[in-house]
Design a protein around this ligand. Structure first.
Ligand code: FE
Length: 199
């Protein structure tokens, strides 16, 4: 079943949103800078915090991790997250041997309930095409150099299935509790363009 985001030209909805934004700014009803702050908050702060809680739980609770890898939608719902754009979730686990990367080659399908709004680069044509053709090159541009013997798996999101990467728990994080772990887990690590590092 197709969904609205699966149209290549700007959708009617996108154009309407743009028109509305222009009008609000023109009338002086909203400050474009304030809008940027609001979007940034959903992109970086509120949205991905849900995914970070899912990952942190999986790191500290082996039984939860097993459920998450078996039926991600249900395991994510255990923590209270779900709904639109997250009805059919699949979680893929990074290991020292396997690195997973998520893309939507058609448009910008993204697991909203756990990651919030997709970043601009995720929706860009170069990322969408190159993530499949040259994933190692893309990762290098994000500052992530993978050893040759690491297998890279690229997951193409669809209207139905949305992917979340379960990143590797960083070495040296043994003493952190679940909440402290969640605080170091980044959005990019759950898309698969970064690893989780301790600050
Ligand atoms: Fe899509």
């Amino acid at each position: 079943m197709p969904h609205d985001d699966h149209q290549i030209p700007p959708t009617d909805r996108t154009l309407r949103v743009k028109a509305l934004e222009s009008l609000l700014v023109e009338k002086g009803l909203v400050d474009p800078a304030a809008l940027d702050v609001l979007i940034d908050t959903y992109e970086h702060k509120i949205g991905p915090r849900n995914g970070a809680r899912v990952v942190a739980r999986a790191w500290v609770d082996a039984a939860y991790k097993e459920r998450l890898l078996r039926d991600a939608t249900a395991a994510i719902a255990e923590l209270g997250y779900g709904g639109s754009q997250g009805e059919d979730m699949v979680v893929v686990e990074n290991t020292p041997e396997i690195h997973n990367l998520v893309v939507c080659t058609l448009c910008s399908c993204y697991p909203w309930p756990v990651l919030g709004l997709p970043p601009v680069w995720y929706k860009s044509a170069p990322y969408r095409s190159r993530a499949v053709i040259d994933p190692r090159g893309v990762l290098r541009e994000f500052g992530l150099e993978l050893a040759d013997d690491v297998e890279v798996r690229v997951w193409d999101s669809t209207a139905e299935v949305r992917y979340l990467v379960l990143p590797e728990r960083p070495a040296g994080s043994e003493r952190l509790n679940e909440e402290q772990l969640a605080a170091v887990i980044t959005r990019d690590s759950m898309i698969g363009v970064a690893k989780v590092k301790l600050p």
